[in-house]
Design a protein around this ligand. Sequence first.
Ligand code: SF4
Length: 733
Amino acid sequence: MARPRVRSGGGLAALAYTLRKGREAGGVISLYRRLRSNNACKTCALGMGGQSGGMVNEAGHFPEVCKKSIQAQAGDMARTISERFFARTPIAEMAAASAAEFERLGRLAFPVIAEEGDTHFRRISWDEALQRTVEALRDASPDQTFFYASGRSSNEAAYLLQLIARAYGTNNVHNCSYYCHAASGVALGKVYGSGTSSVVLDDLDRADLALVIGANPASNHPRLITKLINLRRRGGRVMVINPLRELGLEKFRVPSDWRSMLLGSKISDLYLQPHVGGDVALLKGILKALAEIDAVDTSFVSACTEGWEEVEKDLSASQWPELEAASGVTRAEMADAARMLASAERGISMWAMGLTHHVHGVDNVLALANLSLARGWLGNAGAGLLPIRGHSNVQGVGSCGVSPKLKAAFAEKMEEAYGFRMPTGEGQDTYSSMTAAHEGAIRACILLGGNLFASNPDRLWASNALRRIGMSCSITTKLNEGHVHGRGRTAVILPALARDEEAQATTQESMFNFVRLSDGGTPAVRGEMRSEVDIISSIAEGVLPSRVFDWSSLRSHSKLREEISKVVPGYAALGSIEDGGEFQIDGRTFHEPRFSTDHGRAVFHVTPLPDFDPAEGEFRLMTLRSEGQFNTVVYEEEDLYRGNSRRDVVMMSEEDARSLGVGEGDRVVVESETGSMVAVAAIAQIRPGSIAMYYPEANAIVPRRLDERSKTPAFKSICVKVRPLAETAQSVA
Ligand code: SF4
């Protein structure tokens, strides 16, 4: 079995890592200074920094920092890619580089281009780079283009990108959340009429139960673990639901907490391991068990909700053997979970891709919400629903309009403010833009940060799709696989300043709907990097007639904030954030049982068991992230908490390995309907019948199947066959 070299999450290993990263970044002091600057943390959306100072959370607590934040900051300070590298390194050679190797190249310091037939990227001047991008947009018609943003960009850049796209004439505008929490947005909209968290950070200090499902915050949102430890210290309990036993969700040592550091902190009180794809059945089983012990909060249900009767009927019709088989969890375990929920007063349920990355992702979130409603855990302090968001401003990018469909009020205000008619087309979401590209219908695209290529299912298809685009313009701080495998026939890549290098302040929205102001700072490396807003404004000036609007005025971030405050729902306070201070967005936090649905009540939903049942001999694959990565960015090949030193592994149970006749380190072939990969067996404490591989590499065998309601591809619940390589006549990769 893969043995992690650590016995808990965090701990001395985290401190040693920080020192190593500090040295790589040019010194621990300079790393510390940048982390302490008044800028929002660049990594996850839990939210640190801003005007309360770096390493400080919304509650004003210091120090709040983690390995993820340090990885991102150190990575921005390390080095720049030289012109010699591009001259000496053929694109074909770059194509063989791993995600981690791209990350280690360092910052992009000048614009580069690769035209059709070029064997190398070459340096290009800003003027020529912008001119080429403007020409491509001019030569195309708006419906032959799309505009994509990752969740690391600022509100100002996001707002400007969507404004320019619409003034240009297209609604083909979308962001990375389509491939992560779109299912949460759809489901929560159905439950309480708003697509984001119903709680704020403080609520985690009032809850006496946390249900963590389909997530591994120990690796991806480490400061959340401190909240779970404090909850347990207050006498509360933590329930974890995950097919894979995660070390950091069992024991963690918080470096800034001497007791935790010395003794280690227990995290989970109950750890349930369902089948991959067994969540709906499990959550229905727990709800059925709750009803059987009369632990449904009937007064809340009758006064503040709708739809319980239909759910109750469905539960009565659901037989225990069916729920046990579909979930992989026993009735007794479900009863234990129900008793734990029943013994708590205020519970917060939190989740991530483990729920949303399925064809039935929306139903997973609805089934979880049903549990909270049944306990009356919505619309009061210390209780609610918390989607654990990824990138530090993924919510802000969505709030500021980077989506194909704008709310009516938002669109009307845009027309009033800028004097042009909003495009009427339906607009493409991320997957439909990829499909259009694959059909050769996209002539130009603007990619603001991110790695659209690697975040797609079916890597070969994704590469073919993006390679068919006439011109791709990528705006980024560093290179990644997408700039090679996902580049247009002509590809321009423009170097951007990082958040703490911006000359003007920017703003970001956390997963708790709190908007921060980041001061910016000076570049950590030498180069020709420019701010995202500056780059987008330059493109706008070249493409859009100045008679419609003086686009250059939008180079001013405070001017952009004024615009946003006039147009974006809930953002009225943004215009005065520099004086009035950071703020909580109105109307998104529910501490009273009155919700944003038409009738003001929360809504239960019947969630049918998914039609997902692998055939005899097939396994249920889930792709996941490691402790050494954040989304598609891989900082370290080693996955410290799972004991894997390489990324081409397939984690399986001892029992399944035995049935396959393989052991730790043996090479196997994992095959799906989309393709197959050679991987190395890694024995893990995972539910038998379920296996796990790393995202984004394993996307090579992830089929293009979506949750039609969220348009999110299913990176989990994939039927695959596994067999020892030795058995296979020829290895397939
Ligand atoms: S938990 Fe998230 S927001 Fe907080 S320091 Fe870590 S990466 Fe940054």
